[in-house]
Write a new protein. Sequence first.
Lengths: 203, 199
Amino acid sequence: MNTASRTRLAVLGTLSDLHRQPIAYDLNCLRALVADLAPDLLCAEITREAWEGGDLSAAAVEVREALAPVVAATDIVLVPVLPTPTHYADFTPATGWRRDVARAFNRALRWGQREADRPEAVNGAIFGAFCHTLCALTEMMWTAEDRAAWEAQNETLAENIVQAVRRDRGRRVLVAVQCQRKHWLAARLRRRADVELVDYWEL
Amino acid sequence: MNQTLLTVSVGAYYPLDQMALAALITELPGLQVIPLASDPPPRVLVWDPGQGEHVNLPRLVSETKVLLLVGDMESPTLSPGVAGLFSKDELPEALGVAIRQVARGDQYLSPSLALALLERGEAEAASHEIDLPTLTDRERQIFALLAEGLSNKVIASRLYLSVRTVEGHLANLYTRLGVHSRTEAALIAIQHGLASKVR
């Protein structure tokens, strides 16, 4: 229907329950931010099966308690783009020194979460570099199989986003993903000719 | 990034209903409750006439669209000047979607009310010849979902399209069918058995 050649797209990093414990992230800020941005399409980290089945139990807390309620009350259409229900925390090594190092990185990341407890901070340059570095180091502690699985999941997730863009060209698309994926995903989407990647406040 | 809030006034036969309605709409994102006599006037008036009471709408300026709340035991009727009927059996969050839809100049009918209207055949009967081959696959999909009494938002969510895209398809569809409302279009689909064909 819409034939505009490029789609404006922003990637919004969110903190989530990646450490499987309560976090200091203010979900009211995320709700207000997404409602204010009012994108046409919101690509979110939930599988199509779970979304269409109305099962939010396995979804990340920000999808369950912030994004889904905003979508229900507005014209924003949620597009589920997570290919498999595996989360970042599922890749943590179970034993050995690698587990200890990964835990140390996780403690540092939790500290970062407490400091960056608002979407503006999470998507800022300082936390972005901090999170990106720690996540890259953490991923080095994973097994080769886990790293491959994480990359494969991200590749499919990016492809699902591109499919959503191609299905409805020229719309304003917000992609809300855990901050661990933000840099990787932004780099991939920036290379797409049919996507105009912008910061979320420019959407 | 900061969008203008969509202004809404509320009115109800019972004061308690009015207060509850105002509190609910205030909590919905992107909406602002203002008095009916405001300048500029509200974009939408949400009006709850109460169970079994007559719809005594206040005098309104033409820019203000009216969304009428309807109890599930009442017979839905599209009164003149009313842009939408919202069933009280819908989830509260859906009220935000309904308000936006009528604010953009479209009609809104809760699915249960739309089906009741269509079954009663109360809307003007349509006997248009439908040139189905001229409909695109996407238009056929949307036509089928429209015939189920679904709102633009629900149609968009089912197809993973934006609401604006669905609205664009519907506008084309109305032109091709020679109708002016979703109820007429849905009637055509049902009368000609198109709903089951295109599903």
